[in-house]
Design a binder for this molecule. Structure first.
Ligand code: NAP
Length: 278
């Protein structure tokens, strides 16, 4: 268990947090945030390739006395964290979240790629065990506000397309954020015929993916981090909402908020917007 700063004895007990994917790009950022914030106690990092190594040394913080485990199950059973933060891969995240819920550890999940059916099943499991969970396709507060504003704008501008842009190591497309934005827009948007009814693609995929009656386009390039534009069109005008995460630290205030809020939940919350005050 490690914190960089000593706590004032009068403050509340730190929240004990384990991180799956702790040696990944997002996981490293989460570990840094946890060890620098006295509200948290970082108890274990999970990595299949770094077992036994000091987490801090591996990620450039210097030794912190917390080692990597290569087994999530062992980490959850032996370290009994309050919260598991998961930033891993689409094929592992459902199993990890189920395991945490079954062992009474509250999952905070940033890994994208979960299907609607996965989410329904995990919500049921969370309710059954009365263990809170937060799953958020985007922890950047600016991106969450963009989604909320897009949902509002869709009432007045039903013609809309989404363009999401990410680094070229991203495994899923479209992004979880784009799908979540589309879902929130669809709840407020009158169904309209977008584009020309006779439109034909002369190059497959040119018009992007189709969901809820409109298009989502994915761009993958080195140099990008995580960016999204929601473009609305109306007679004689367009209206664009854009958010850019230019560094992974942009996600940390949202991760911190989710860890704190999940302690008081007894069900699964999908999307950080449900944790923000209006
Ligand atoms: P990354 O750098 O590739 O890290 C993923 C980590 O997962 C790796 O370090 C790897 O660690 C571990 N891993 C790989 N395969 C695994 C498996 N089969 N079982 C268990 N662990 C496995 O990826 P990243 O950029 O950090 O992104 C991680 C996830 O977060 C992605 O789904 C991404 O889309 C998502 N993301 C979400 C947000 C958000 O705000 N919600 C923001 C950014 C990214 P070991 O090899 O050491 O085990």
């Amino acid at each position: 268990m490690f914190r960089l700063h000593s706590r004032n004895a009068s403050t509340v007990k730190p929240i004990r947090v384990a991180v799956a994917g702790a040696n990944g790009r997002m996981g490293r950022e989460v570990v840094k945030m946890l060890v620098e914030d006295e509200a948290f106690s970082f108890v274990r990092g999970v990595s299949r390739s770094q077992a036994g190594n000091d987490v801090g040394e591996t990620i450039g913080l210097g030794p912190i006395g917390v080692t990597f485990s290569d087994s999530l199950e062992t980490a959850l059973l032996e370290d009994r964290p309050d919260v598991l933060v998961d930033f891993t891969v689409p094929e592992a995240v459902k199993r990890h979240t189920e395991m945490a819920l079954e062992l009474g550890v509250r999952p905070v999940v940033g890994t994208t790629g979960l299907t609607e059916q996965d989410l329904t099943e995990l919500a049921r499991l969370s309710e059954e065990h009365r263990v809170g969970a937060v799953i958020a396709p985007n922890f950047a507060l600016g991106a969450v506000l963009m989604m909320m504003f897009a949902a509002r704008a869709a009432k007045y501008f039903p013609h809309v397309e989404i363009i999401e842009m990410h680094h070229d190591q991203k495994l899923d497309a479209p992004s979880g954020t784009a799908l979540k934005t589309a879902e929130m827009i669809a709840q407020n948007r009158d169904e309209v015929q977008q584009g020309h009814p006779g439109e034909k693609e002369t190059l497959e995929g040119a018009r992007g993916g189709y969901r809820y009656g409109f298009r989502i386009h994915s761009i993958r390039l080195p140099g990008l981090v995580a960016h999204q534009e929601v473009i609305f069109g109306g007679p004689g005008q367009t209206f664009t909402l854009r958010h850019d995460s230019i560094h992974r630290e942009s996600f940390m205030p949202g991760v911190k908020l989710a860890i704190q809020k999940v302690m008081d939940l007894d069900r699964l919350v999908y999307g950080l917007e449900h944790l923000l005050e209006e």
